[in-house]
Design a protein around this ligand. Sequence first.
Ligand code: SAM
Length: 349
Amino acid sequence: MIVRSKHNKSLNGHNLLWLTSRKPIKLWWIYCESLNKNHTKTNPPQFLVERSQTLYNKDMEKLHIPVLLSEVLASLDPQPGETYLDLTAGYGGHASKILDVTQNYKNSVLVDRDKFAADYLERKFPPDIAIINEDFYSAVLQLTECGRTFDMILADFGVSSPQIDMGERGFSFKHDGPLDMRMDQSQVLSADDIVNRYSERELADIFTRFGEEKPGRARLLAREIVHHRPIKSTKELTDIIIGKSRYSKTHPAARVFQAIRIAVNDELGEIEKTLPLLPKLLNKDGRVGIITFHSLEDRLVKDYFKEVSSFGEESELKIITKKPIVAENQELVINPRARSAKLRVATRN
Ligand SMILES: C[S@@+](CC[C@H](N)C(=O)[O-])C[C@H]1O[C@@H](n2cnc3c(N)ncnc32)[C@H](O)[C@@H]1O
């Protein structure tokens, strides 16, 4: 099969034969001419498509403000002509500023597993950029198999503001919606499966591991959820949690929602599997920047950077940020989401 971008450009400048692929190729923009752009993913429900179209009519960049933007630009230090891989391109906030400088669209790649984000990126960027609508672990495997390398890689983990703000996506305890939380809506597992089918013990385990709830509270909430099944919406779930909570500074449902979201999207598994592949994708002196939003993600990055840079001259990466870069107060005023953001940067030896 010949693999091309949707605009008939191959990934690395010449046509590729994917004879050795271990996984079925699901890249959104891959097609055989004979299939006429049919793809392997199931289409999301029509109401969601319509709703997202309404949102796209607004200026999406205002809906998602990229975090630590000036810090990312300062540490990745893009230069004209350089190549860029964005593993979580979202609405292209970081990508557009970097590509404004490099102007190298043809040899750069944007990845996002969310179809709405990928569709938006297609409209936003020139047609010669490759957009991969896939989880970043699969994308990185494919790019490595192609022997692709880049001067800069950025990963800005977690969810985008449009994902959180569209109640229909089911990510938020602030908006009512179905129990969904899938970033990739062609995926089978959703929040509904976890909330309504997992055992009390499995739920408590998820709340402790991915939400860092205390074990006693995790068990209490798991019991309460199982008692109230079937639970149909994010509001129902939120009310059940509030009913078992005392006042706290953070919303009582925040940890449980974070935990379910991480489990639905296998967020930590994706990061763990992907990090060790990144040096192979970097050119010499290439820079990789990683933004995390909670301690579970940051610990994975910190430990990986420490491990991979511990062989002196032989190390694949050199750590640039001994301590993570965090947002200045000015940024927090306009973008409270940046409050928990941490940027770690390394370069390829
Ligand atoms: C914080 S947003 C990125 C925003 C982006 N940097 C910008 O400036 O617009 C995170 C994005 O990463 C995507 N994402 C999260 N985990 C992913 C994964 N494992 N594979 C691919 N995309 C992922 C989400 O769908 C979301 O759009």
